[in-house]
Ligand binder design. Sequence first.
Ligand SMILES: [Zn+2]
Length: 502
Amino acid sequence: MTEQTRKLDSTHSNDDPLHSERPLKKPRIREDDEQDDDDEEPVRQTQGIKASDLYLDTINRAVLDFDFEKVCSVSLSNINIYGCLVCGKYFQGRGKKSYAYAHSIHEDHHVFINLHTTKVYVLPDGYPVADPSLEDIAFVLAPNFTPNSISNLSSPMHLEKLSYDLQHQPYLSGYIGLNNIKRNDHMNVVIHALLHVPPLRDYLLLSDFRNKETELIKRFAALAKKIWNPRLFKSQVSPHEFLQEVNRASGGKFRLEQQGDPVEFLGWLLNRLHKDLGGSKKRNSSIIFSTFQGELRVETQQVLVRPDSGENEKPRFDIDRDIKSTSSPFLFLAVDLPPPPLFQDSHEKNIIPQVGIHSVLSKYDGKTTQESTGQLRRYKCHKLPPYIILHFKRFTKNIFVEEKNPTIVNFPLRGLDFGEYVDIPPDGGSTLYDLIANVTHESVAGTTRDKENTIWKVHLRAARGGGDNEKWFLIQDLIVEETRKEMIFLGETVLQIWERRN
Ligand SMILES: [Zn+2]
C-alpha cells in the first residue's frame, strides 16, 4: 500500500482523520498499582449473601476525611489513590503488589474507595461493590450539585434547610468553619467571601472539572462543593488541599504557615483564576471578569504652579488646558481612609475616628482630585460590575513599620447608591448595591499591624431581601456565629463585596 492509499484508507476507517495515525489504545506500560482502575468489572454477586455485606458494617464514617491531599500514606504518590473506609488512611493502587492490597491483609481492613472515581472495592478479593448505603460517602468525597439543588442557596428558603452532621449537630451549608491550619485565616476570609458571590459560587458548584483544567481550579471548585455540601459528616472543612496548590501556583508567595494580606491574596487569586479559566483581556472572558470587572475613567492633567493660589487651596483641573482621559479596567476599587487625628484632646482620647462610606467613595465622583508626582487625577467609573469589591486602604507603610488606620467606616447594609460614581448606569439598571461580604481586621497590639496578633474575620450574608429574610454570620476560622446586624459596622473593615440589585 502506498503512503497515499493508506492515508485514504485510514480516513475511511476512522471518524477522526487527524488522529488516524494514533494507536487505538494506549499501551499499558504502567505498573499494576499505578493503573487507572477505570475498567468496568461486573459487580460480583454471589448467591445468597454477598461477601461485601460482611464488610460494609466495618466502615467507620467518623474517621473519614477527604479534605487532605490525596497521596498514598506510604509511597506519597498521588496516582491512583484509595481511601480505606475502615481507618481513613490513603493507599496507592489495588493490585496484588499495591499498598492498599497489603493494608487489607495486614490490618484486616477490606473496604476501599477510589478517591478519583468514588467506586468502592473489597480487597484483597478486588471486586467492586455498589450499594446504596455507600452513596453518602461518595457524596462527601465528591459532592455534586444540579441547577435545581442550588436554585435556592441565596433565597430565604435556604435558611430553613438545616443540615445535620454525623453527630446530629445542625449546620447551614455554606456557613461552616474553615480550619486555620497554621496562619491561613487571611486566606480563609477571602475563600469564604468569594464562594458567597452567587454567579461564581454557582459556576463552581455546577462545574465538572476532570480534564485539562489547572489543579488550582479543580481544587477551588472542590472546596466550593465541600463548603456548600448539605450532607457533610462533620460541619467544618479544611482548605488544606486548595492552599497547598495556592502555595505551589504562587511560587510560595501565599503559604498557610505565614500570615499575610487578604487583599494581596484576593488580587492574585482573581487574576490567576481568570487566566486558568481561559480568560483574556476581553470583557466577560471569564466568570471572574463577568462578575467583578468594571471600568474606570481616569482624567489626568499636568500640575502648573499658579502664583496666585493660596497655600491651602487644593489643585483644580484647568479646563483651558489639555486633559488626558484614559479608561482602565478594575477588579476592585481601592478607597483611602482620612488620616486619623495626630493629637487628641485628653477627653477625646478614646474616641475612634469615623467616616461615612460616601465620603471615602467621593474619590470616584469624577470631581475630587488627587495629586501625585506632578499629576492631577480624577476618577469616575465608566462601567460598574454586577459585584463591586471595595478595598479600604487601612495599612500604610512608613519607613519602618506598617501603620494601621483605625478609622471606622459607616455604611448601610442595603441600598448603597453608586450612582454618583458612574458615568452611565449599567444598561439602565440599578445603581443600588447590597452588602454580601465584609472582611475585618483585628489586632491585639494597637495601631501597627502585628502579624503575630492579627485576626481576620468575615461577615457573610445568608439569603437576601433584608429584615428577617436574611441573616448575617460571623466566621473566624472554625467559629461560626449568627451576628446582629448592628455589630457589622463596628469592625475595622478592609474588604467588602457589594451585589447589584436586580
Ligand atoms: Zn485501614
